[in-house]
Design a binder for this molecule. Structure first.
Ligand code: ADP
Ligand code: MG
Length: 497
């Protein structure tokens, strides 16, 4: 068995991710691309210790050492990692991120024979911290095909994401109606060109795009669905192998081009190619459908002409899900799950609780259903209100602002930076300890009503001027360093949740 190449920038020798030989090398390429696309700093902060644990039935299970990394990756990079992984191994339809357990030792790469069994090994821990899916056998999966030069096969459509499984409500009915019309349109010319859908994460953009793809294919049209990463990667490869012309010719020989997450399209030459492609297709009367997390005017990286071309068709926003829509999506999900798990029961009371509690997006609703299912299948017991509350606790936004304790700040910051709370309170002055200590002091100042001397006392009896120095320093660094700014912002949010 081949093992995953270690690509971690930190060189911590922790490269034991082992999803089977083919996915192992695909995963190594994914990490290389993440590093190339995001740069060394971002990569080292967030991805160096991200590992592939297993691949099962199209779901790749990735793990990180801390909950902090898990939520950061989930809230910022999930689509991107999925997009890149799919481009490398098209069998991957979903990814999940779990925590390896805080005390996991740094292990040498597992030799082939010593691969941990998914149930007793790391996955058991994964479930212990509330990760979503029940353990399934690791299916033997076809060899991961690498994206060939100029490959235009597109990203595969997910069979579950159809118009039939899309629940229509107030916030998405315009987007849905436009999507349906575009997918059914026959004959000369295109309808609204491009159709541009935008919305926050998890509100159904990708679902609608796949729905359009399925429906248009059924009516015999030549459809290509591409994530931004696939688009970029196809181009990069095509340009490298000097088959750009062939690539473009093929791209133009299609009826409907669907591009997901165009906000990720990066790089000057690729953005220019993106503009040419869109223009060529629209001028030739081919339908283009685009989704993004923001309106066209806010795609700052793109050329003004491209932006206005994107804005020149029909731009539709999908709004947040109201409670009724959440209830409907949830019951549709539950019904779908019950087909495979007939004994899985969720009382109307629990369903209502979940739909009320999880307000953010469809992805979290789906996550909640997976957790309830995991609970039911792993423990063999029925889902009660209490177990439901526990299972979805971290998906629930707490509405009342919480009183935040300095101790909790210290613990969270310590866990993020992989030091102990006593390191933070200690006299040690190494950079690895000083930075988290200063961040923790800063957060204590902005999130609690404690005075500087009081904060100093709680940080191992330090002077108030030390605290003030830390607060000023972090304030300044946040202003200068966007990555640190995001990081501190996320820590704040996690503490306030
Ligand atoms: P986006 O691409 O906007 O981030 P997705 O399309 O991936 O969001 O949706 C996230 C999850 O929520 C998916 O599982 C999707 O099927 C589900 N979902 C979102 N909106 C709806 C809806 N209106 N009906 C059914 N499922 C939905
Ligand atoms: Mg999406």
């Amino acid at each position: 068995m081949m093992r995953v190449e270690e690509t971690a920038a930190s060189g911590d020798g922790d490269g034991r991710g082992n999803g089977g030989p083919d996915f192992g090398s695909a995963w190594a390429r994914v990490k290389r691309r993440l590093r190339a696309e995001l740069g060394e700093d971002v990569y080292a902060s967030w991805f160096a210790r991200l590992e592939l644990e297993t691949v099962s039935a199209g779901t790749a299970r990735l793990t990180v050492p801390t909950r902090f990394l898990k939520s950061w990756i989930e809230s910022h990079y999930l689509d991107r990692v999925l997009g890149i992984f799919r481009a490398e191994a098209e069998e991957i339809a979903r990814i999940e991120v779990g925590v390896r357990g805080t005390a996991a030792p740094v292990r040498p790469a597992a030799p082939g024979a010593a691969k941990p069994s998914p149930v007793s090994g790391p996955l058991a821990r994964l479930h212990a911290v509330g990760a979503p899916t029940p353990v399934a056998a690791i299916a033997p999966v076809a060899e991961a095909r690498s994206a060939e030069a100029g490959d235009l096969s597109g990203t595969p459509l997910d069979a579950r994401l159809t118009f039939a499984s899309f629940v229509v409500g107030r916030s998405n009915n315009l987007a849905h109606a436009a999507a349906e019309r575009v997918s059914r349109h026959q004959g000369e010319g295109a309808l609204y060109n491009p159709l541009y859908l935008h919305a926050g994460v998890g509100l159904g953009k990708t679902h609608l795009l796949h729905g359009i793809g399925h429906a248009a294919r059924e009516s015999g049209r030549r459809v290509i669905y591409l994530t931004a990463d696939r688009f970029m990667y196809g181009f990069v490869n095509a340009l490298k192998t000097q088959s750009a012309l062939a690539y473009k010719e093929r791209l133009r020989g299609i009826d409907l081009l669907i591009l997901d997450d165009v906000q990720f399209i990066q790089g000057k030459s690729i953005q220019a190619e993106f503009g040419h492609t869109i223009n060529a297709l629209i001028d030739a009367g081919r339908q283009v459908v685009v989704a993004s997390d923001r309106p066209p005017t806010e795609l700052e990286a793109l050329d003004e002409r491209v932006r206005s071309r994107l804005a020149g068709g029909l731009v539709v926003e999908i709004g947040t899900l109201d409670e009724q829509l959440r209830v409907s999506i949830l019951s549709a999900r539950l019904a779908a799950v019950r087909v495979a798990h007939p004994t899985f029961e969720v009382t109307p009371q629990v369903a209502t609780y979940v739909a009320r509690a999880i307000t953010a997006n469809g992805r979290d609703l789906e996550g909640a259903v997976n957790r309830l299912l995991a609970h039911a299948t792993l423990t063999g017991t029925a889902v009660t209100m209490e177990t439901a509350e526990n299972a979805i606790r971290d998906l629930v936004k707490n509405r009342e602002p919480k009183r935040i304790k300095i101790e909790d700040i210290q613990k969270l910051v310590a866990s993020r930076y992989n030091v102990s709370r006593s390191d933070i309170l200690s006299e040690r002055r190494t950079a690895a300890v000083v930075k988290p200590r200063q961040i923790a002091m800063y957060l204590s100042k902005v999130l609690t009503l404690r005075s500087l001397p009081e904060i100093g006392r709680r940080f191992g009896g330090r002077d108030h001027t030390t605290v003030l120095h830390a607060v000023r320093k972090i304030e300044k660094q946040i202003g200068e360093d966007a990555v640190l700014g995001d990081e501190v912002e996320l820590l704040k949010r996690m503490l306030q949740d």
